[in-house]
Design a protein. Structure first.
Length: 371
């Protein structure tokens, strides 16, 4: 078949692909190492007193990196302030709101998977709607969606790919993809391979007018949770994709143009392995610093407790009001005194912005920044 990037790819092959992929020795070897690395993330997650505390640490880093792939940038400072202050979140700039919506979409999808046990069309549509903050649905059959090179690339504006189009065409491809992911009777393919294959197929279908990349990356994490390969959707996968962005798009195109599934799968398994090792070390560093901070704090401050320690490691910035709520203190004078003790001990550092004061966990920021 001669692939014409200027025409809708209505001949996109249905899943599953050729069974020979599962018997390729290079793929099998990489599958083993990627699976072991992913399992090591779960081991670290189970050491946490509350796994959900990673929502505002690793999950928000994943959200930020995933939006950067789409050339949407926000600063860590704006992001950390927004997640520590609901009022600040409401008035955040558009890029910061995009990141926060990604985080909410990830956890909305996670709750859906937990309730229903599988990815379905409703979950996918709800994810993209939350990402975009609209009532976006599957793109209509007449929508002329064409993927072009960006202005920062060589040959800007050149057509790269035209996704399938037509009455019921997009929907039929999505139904096939969802069946492939959920129906284990259809194929006994290893779920990690299924995730790699399913991610290509979703991006090739390109079912929405916008938000497909971010939706696809969330589906990856949800599928790992659905199949029991990941306890929480906190794998920092987008970092690897950003660092290897050209290869990511090259390998995607390789499947479309040459049916080079092997190159794509090896790339994605590399991404899983590297992201798993990075995420594992990140969690281990957070846990190690949490323990050291707690031991130091209780030797200096008699009212310090586990709940507060967990709170200041669940997000890089914290407001005095939240500390007061955790400690069940309502007096502004008392809370101010306590915050002063935390600052004097070097556990938190103050940052003033206008009339607002944020308290920074510099140790956590250092870990998240990779320093």
């Amino acid at each position: 078949m001669v692939f014409d990037r200027n025409k809708p790819y209505n001949d996109l092959p249905l899943l599953p692909p050729d069974k020979e992929l599962e018997n390729d020795l290079e793929i099998l070897k990489k599958l083993v190492s990627a699976s072991r690395a992913l399992a090591s993330v779960n081991n670290e997650i189970t050491r946490l007193p509350n796994p959900l505390m990673l929502i505002n640490t690793i999950a928000i880093q994943e959200a930020r990196s995933s939006t950067e792939i789409e050339n949407i940038f926000t600063t860590e400072d704006e992001l950390f302030k927004a997640i520590s202050d609901s009022k600040k979140e409401e008035h955040a700039d558009s890029a910061t709101r995009e990141v926060l919506r990604y985080r909410e979409a990830l956890w909305t999808g996670y709750k859906s998977i937990s309730d229903q046990g599988k990815i379905n069309l409703e979950t996918i549509i709800n994810i993209v709607r939350q990402i975009k903050g609209t009532r976006l649905g599957i793109r209509p059959p007449q929508a002329r969606i064409i993927i072009r090179r960006g202005n920062s690339e060589q040959r800007p504006g050149e057509v790269v790919y035209t996704p399938p189009r037509g009455e019921g065409v997009t929907e039929s491809f999505l139904i096939n993809l969802i069946k492939y992911l959920n129906d284990h009777g259809l194929t006994d393919t290893d779920p990690l391979l299924k995730m790699c294959i399913g991610h290509y197929q979703f991006e090739a279908i390109h079912p929405f007018q916008d938000g497909n990349g971010r939706t696809g990356r969330i589906i990856n994490l949800l599928y790992l949770v659905q199949t029991g390969l990941l306890i929480q959707p906190v794998l920092y996968l987008s970092k690897y994709i950003i660092e290897n962005k050209d290869s990511y798009y090259y390998q995607l195109a390789g499947v479309t143009q040459r049916r080079d599934w092997k190159g794509w799968i090896l790339f994605m398994l590399d991404a899983i392995e590297e992201a798993s090792l990075y995420t594992r070390n990140l969690i281990n560093d957070i846990i190690g610093q949490m323990n050291e901070t707690y031991k130091f704090a209780i030797s200096k401050i008699d009212w310090y407790n586990n709940d507060l320690n967990e709170a200041i490691f669940s997000q890089p910035y914290i407001k005095a009001q939240r500390v007061g709520k955790i400690l069940k203190k309502t007096s502004r004078t008392t809370i101010t005194k306590y915050m002063g003790e935390l600052v004097s001990a070097g556990i938190l550092s103050p940052k003033k912005e206008g009339l607002e004061v944020y308290y920074l966990n510099d140790d956590l920021i250092r870990i998240l920044s990779g320093n």
